[in-house]
Design a protein around this ligand. Structure first.
Ligand code: KIV
Ligand code: ZN
Length: 515
């Protein structure tokens, strides 16, 4: 059976989502999880976009052994040279170079003639081939490009040695049948098309990224899908890795293709990406949403109990969900905790990280009788476990709300080494608490997003809060979890403030680049 190559771009295209920027260490953690997931290609970043992203690509190229590591590069010598330098430590590397080919992008963005773009594309691939024989070429906005011109460019870059040809639907404009036909006709018209692997790269602006990618595979004959964990990506996101993988596996009868993905690593990957980026997964999201395998209606529950295939087309365990069981409690010791963390496949980089997580677990177990796997996973998404510099820390919080009265909150924080108290009224207890914090910190940031999600079911669940802040062109996300959602909100706000004030570089390839 033919194999479908899974190319993950969570660390490059996914990271372009507002606030999803990651530190080098966070990128490395995700890359290691992607390797455990056995993705074929990891697009680690865009080496020329900043020194920080260069270092992240380099660290990933040096650490990852089982997946190909790739860097994006514009079609010019400097970008390609930087990509090659960052990837030098890898035995299994790819350079991915791109230039826009649609009339709109060439004229308005690049201000180049089609002839200039044609020449630059060829030169770029020729130059990239000096560093590796694994070169991918993308005509940006390819789906809105003029077919005759695209055929000329693609034939020429294959002649120059491009081994993968990717057709991006950069703006999410495609519909499945037309996108599939477009790729098929390119492959039919280009005489040397069989010398490259064809790839799909879709954005989800019309909610069709996965459908378009699969049509590119089925109708167009593409054998590589570019995708991200949880469908993370700018605007409405990219093609979701887990949906493509499970569609191809579950409907093997239809697609007739194999994927090399270790599917039980899907949920750990989803949780890691969501925890690090602060992009919470919607509960009804296919495969990785909290409700994806929950049967609420009586008829469905009855059917599943009698024969699970009545209403289930995939097994929750196969994608890494564990039954919602009580695993640990107040009396559990460090060894039991450590063992469960290992069973859940949570990567822990240092003893100090494990110690911090265990201290948090003890604190949680004092307040919550039943600790579920999801609670343990949340301990590790909580920023204070990972070694961020915690300039702002919540020491205590109290708030009062009563029907007919304006809620009031008091907080005690540590700011650096100083302990400070503040209080404020607000529209609700969360508003009052965040205003109290802000009255002390004075960040002047704008709150772009506030969302609460229950980690497990039931009212005793912990609340997981995401806060997105913007200041002076910088956007960051903070995450906090606690059985008390007001405290979770304060923690999330402080975690976002810690990122805003931290001098650890947060990477965000492409955002600051001219074409
Ligand atoms: O969407 C796009 O066009 C891209 C390319 C750089 C591959 O991400
Ligand atoms: Zn893209």
């Amino acid at each position: 059976m033919e194999r479908l190559i899974i190319f993950d771009t969570t660390l490059r295209d996914g990271e372009q989502s507002p606030g999803a920027s990651m530190t080098r260490e966070e990128k490395l953690r995700i890359a290691k999880q992607l390797e455990r997931l056995r993705v074929d290609v990891i697009e680690a970043g865009f080496a020329a976009s900043s020194n920080g992203d260069f270092e992240a690509v380099r660290a990933i190229a040096n650490a990852i052994k089982d997946s190909t590591v790739c860097s994006l590069a514009r079609a010019n010598d400097r970008d390609i040279g930087r990509a090659a330098e960052a990837l030098a430590g890898s035995d299994n590397k790819r350079i991915h170079t791109f230039i826009a080919t649609s009339p709109l992008h060439m004229e308005k963005k690049l201000r180049m003639s089609p002839e200039q773009v044609f020449e630059q594309a060829k030169l770029a691939v020729r130059f990239a081939r000096q560093f590796t024989d694994n070169v991918e070429f993308s005509p940006e906005d390819g789906y809105r490009s003029e077919a005759d011109f695209l055929c000329r460019v693609l034939e020429a870059v294959i002649k120059e040695g491009a081994t993968t040809i990717n057709i991006p639907d950069t703006v999410g404009y495609a519909v499945p049948e037309l996108y599939g036909e477009f790729i098929r006709s390119l492959r039919e018209r280009i005489p040397n098309s069989d010398q490259a692997v064809w790839s799909v790269h879709c954005h989800n602006d019309l909610g069709m990224a996965v459908a378009n990618s699969l049509a590119g595979v089925k109708i167009g004959g593409a054998r590589q899908v570019e995708c991200t964990v949880n469908g993370l990506g700018e605007r409405a996101g990219n093609t979701s890795l887990e949906e493509v993988v499970m569609a191809v596996k579950t409907r093997r009868d239809y697609f007739g293709l194999e994927v090399g993905i270790e599917t039980q690593q899907i949920i750990p990957a989803s949780k890691l990406v969501s925890g690090i980026t602060g992009f919470v997964v919607q509960p009804n999201k296919a495969v990785v949403g909290a409700n994806a395998f929950a049967h609420a209606s009586g008829i469905h529950q009855d059917g599943v109990l009698k024969a699970r295939e009545t209403y289930e087309i995939m097994r929750a365990e196969d994608v890494g969900w564990h039954a919602n069981k009580i695993v640990l409690g107040k009396l559990s010791g460090r060894n039991a905790f450590k063992q469960r963390v290992q069973e859940l496949g949570i990567p822990v980089d240092s003893e100090s990280e494990m110690n911090a997580a265990f201290a948090k677990f003890k604190d949680l177990a004092d307040r919550k009788a039943e600790i579920f796997d999801e609670d343990i996973q949340a301990l590790f998404s909580d920023e204070s476990v990972t070694p961020h510099d915690e300039h702002f820390k919540l020491l205590s919080l109290s708030q009062h709300s009563e029907t007919g009265e304006r809620p009031h909150a008091k907080v005690v924080l540590s700011i650096g080494n100083q302990e400070v108290a503040a209080e404020s009224d607000g529209n609700g207890p969360v508003d009052a608490s965040l205003k109290a914090i802000e009255s002390r910190v004075g960040s002047g940031s704008e709150l772009l997003l506030y969302s609460v999600n229950a980690i497990t079911s039931g009212t005793e669940s912990q609340g997981e809060v995401t806060v997105r802040l913007a200041r002076a062109g910088r956007i960051v996300n903070g995450v906090g979890a606690d059985p008390d959602i007001v405290a979770a909100s304060a923690k999330a706000y402080l975690s976002a403030l810690n990122k805003l004030y931290s001098d650890v570089e947060r990477l965000n390839p492409q955002t600051s680049l001219a074409p």
